[in-house]
Design a binder for this molecule. Structure first.
Ligand code: SF4
Length: 283
């Protein structure tokens, strides 16, 4: 699912001068998304793609990008928007449906009793319940209605923050996969915006006039996972002041892994025997 806790967009409407920058920005985003789609084989001829549409900036940007690419791609594919309604009283899925209708994009709303379940199970971590249920309803709907891919709006900043969170709190070197097939092989999740910067997407959505629909979750500002994510984001932003190319370098690092220079025996580049020998040599 696209991050339902995405940051709010810019507040005031864009000026003429702001709008003049849209073409160049759109070109950059389409170029990056197109390159990710080609590099990682995210879309194939005949695909029916379900776009997770939370009403946040990233999900609108993804829907817009896929609709644009649909017109110019050498392959044919369908794009539908899907919104999971978590039942939070302040969430307004009708606003999302209205925009999709105006723009001629097929759209579906699925109810998931997330609000009710979080209240019923105070001992469980709410964000885990939330993501499990969202994933569950999306996967079932896609499977039942013959959708071949589920596209989510996670972007480069999400991937970099996840990399740090896994490193600092999870004890593993991993980020969000750009393409992932579910264990039963029935669903494939893709993240076509994986190399696009959040700031570009925020500005793009604002310039294009998409409404940002708040998810209405009372926990958004205070959940542990969100506050850790904010910490990781702040760290990257702080480092960017002295290392301007930090995001580009981290992106490059994720596709330039030297497995022999890590310590995981399952990577195959090292064997337990090989490690022992090198330790002996050092001794
Ligand atoms: S903060 Fe709320 S909307 Fe966000 S993942 Fe957690 S429960 Fe879901």
């Amino acid at each position: 699912m696209a991050n339902p806790c995405a940051l709010p967009t810019l507040a005031s409407p864009p000026s003429e001068e702001d709008l003049a920058s849209l073409k160049k920005l759109e070109k950059r985003i389409l170029h990056r998304a197109g390159e990710a789609i080609r590099t990682y084989g995210l879309i194939a001829d005949g695909d029916r793609i379900l776009v997770g549409l939370s009403g946040g900036k990233d999900s609108w940007a993804l829907l817009d990008v896929l609709c644009s690419l649909q017109k110019r791609a050498p392959v044919e594919f369908q794009v539908h928007g899907i919104t999971v309604d978590p039942g939070f009283p302040k969430f307004d899925p009708d606003r999302i449906a209205e925009v999709c209708e105006q723009r001629g994009i097929p759209h579906h709303v699925l109810g998931a009793p997330i609000d009710a379940l979080i209240r019923q199970r105070p001992d469980e971590t709410p964000c885990i319940i939330c993501s499990r249920l969202r994933r569950g309803v999306l996967y079932s709907y896609a499977k039942q209605h013959g959708f071949t891919k589920i596209a989510l709006g996670h972007h480069l900043d999400d991937l970099l923050e996840t990399l740090l969170l896994n490193l600092f709190f999870g004890g593993k070197l991993a980020t969000m996969p750009v393409r992932l097939t579910s264990d039963d092989g029935a669903n494939t999740v893709i993240r076509p915006l994986a190399t696009c910067e959040e700031e570009d997407l925020r500005r793009f959505t604002w310039l294009k006039g998409y409404p940002i629909v708040p998810c209405g979750c009372p926990l958004c500002a205070c959940s542990v996972s969100e506050s850790r994510r904010k910490q990781a984001k702040a760290l990257i932003e702080q480092l960017k002041e002295s290392i301007p190319q930090i995001k580009a370098s981290m992106l490059k690092a994720m596709s330039n892994v030297k497995s022999s220079h890590l310590l995981d025996l399952q990577l195959g580049a090292l064997t337990a025997c090989g490690v022992d020998e090198s330790v002996e040599r050092l001794g």
